[in-house]
Write a protein that binds this ligand. Structure first.
Ligand code: V47
Ligand code: SF4
Length: 362
């Protein structure tokens, strides 16, 4: 049955490679993106995810904190940033951060990211981490993307290694995957020329991994990037991962155009494209253990379906997330443990509550 559909999709050679555990090439990646046989892509990706994780789907009791929306990078795809001096700009003090994070069930993972704010001193970041760690000693803090870490290195005059060591001493456990966007130089020049180059993002991830700090990786898709550029992004991550083994999870982020400078030019992604992206991520990234369906951006219903297309991580309960809110996202801002478990069980999988390092808890 499977062989028949694979043959009709013209993907027999790729199927053979996947069966024998052989790595897919750049050309294979492109052919997968050009295929419209979504169910076949899903079946292939599900085969791989089952080999890696059986029927398990991971989630974490977590909270998000976006500590400032003031940002000097002015990315065209982002509706969240405000210029320094803008009355809508904000900075959350360490005390206020602790107060906000204390509402609701105690989080096991705390996700902290913000804009590149030229007004904040280096000490602010360390104080923020220390205050949060002191208030939640049991939680893992996943904070500051490679973009923010580059900024911290600049404002402190310290090397990336020294900055990372300071952050770990203040309470950092691991690094979130944001800021990678698309590694294509063409796209970066057009949409976010102020952001650090792809090479710097990858270099900082490698430095973190060498120090034993795990990180995630993202890709922002569904704007002006081509399929070639998507494949290239995935293969560059795969190459770094061969070297360091430090990436825990890959998160494809669908571009949410509403309220951004691109809203008139770019339509939102479709469910078809979102599921294809999840499946191909699973197939090309043979060395990154987890693929996340980030329900805050994808929507809860599509994220549930993504579990049948190669995703094994539903992220978490999430309370407070400002990026999707600023981009007109209409999703609920929180799911309960019971709701997540129902979504997972109904799709035929087994929910596993995890910590930031994918260790089962409870
Ligand atoms: O880097 C900004 C993206 C990212 C928009 O590591 C947008 O577990 C879509 O990285 N439409 C931040 N995306 C979010 C992020 C993340 C989320 C969840 C889990 C993890 C993890 C990481 O959001 C930014 C940027 O790529 N973004 N604006 C937009 N309009
Ligand atoms: Fe700033 Fe990040 Fe938004 Fe770019 S995506 S403008 S770096 S907050």
């Amino acid at each position: 049955m499977l062989e028949g559909t694979i043959k009709r999709a013209g993907l027999e050679d790729i199927f053979e490679k996947i069966l024998s555990g052989e790595r897919l090439s750049r050309e294979d990646g492109l052919r997968l993106f050009e295929s419209r046989d979504l169910l076949t892509l899903g079946r292939l990706a599900r085969m791989v995810r089952e080999r890696l994780h059986g029927r398990k789907v991971y989630y974490v009791i977590n909270r998000h904190l976006n500590y400032t929306n003031i940002c000097q990078n002015r990315c065209r795809f982002c509706a969240y940033w405000r210029a320094p001096g803008d009355p809508e700009g904000y900075v959350i003090s360490p005390e206020e951060a602790v107060r906000r994070l204390s509402e609701g069930p105690p989080p096991r993972e705390i996700h902290i990211v913000g804009g590149v704010n030229p007004e904040l001193p280096y000490e602010y970041y360390l104080e923020l981490l220390s205050a949060v760690k002191e208030a939640f000693p049991e939680a893992h803090i996943k904070a500051f993307t490679c973009v923010e870490i580059d900024h911290l290195s600049r404002i402190s005059g310290k090397s990336v290694e020294e900055v990372l060591k300071d952050l770990v001493a203040a309470g950092l456990s691991c690094i979130p995957g944001g800021g990678a966007e698309v590694f294509s130089h063409r796209v970066r020049e057009r949409l976010f020329p102020e952001k650090i180059p792809a090479e710097r993002w990858l270099e900082i991830a490698k430095i973190a991994h060498r120090l034993g700090i795990s990180s995630n990786a993202t890709m922002l898709y569904g704007h002006i990037e081509t399929y070639e550029e998507r494949v290239d992004h995935l293969l560059r991550l795969r190459e770094v991962q061969d070297e360091t083994r430090g990436f825990l999870c890959f998160i494809p982020l669908p571009f949410l155009p509403q309220k951004t400078a691109l809203s008139g030019e770019v339509s939102p992604t479709t469910g078809f494209e979102d599921l294809k992206m999840i499946a191909i991520s699973r197939l090309l990234l043979d060395n990154i253990p987890h693929i996340k369906a980030y329900w805050v951006f994808l929507g809860v219903k599509l994220s549930q379906l993504a579990l049948q297309f190669g995703a094994d991580d539903l992220h978490g309960t999430v309370v407070e997330e400002k990026i999707s809110e600023a981009s007109g996202g209409r999703e609920a801002k929180a799911l309960s443990r019971a709701e997540i478990e129902r979504l997972v069980r109904e799709a035929g999988f087994e929910p596993v509550e995890r910590d930031a390092f994918y260790q089962p808890v409870n």
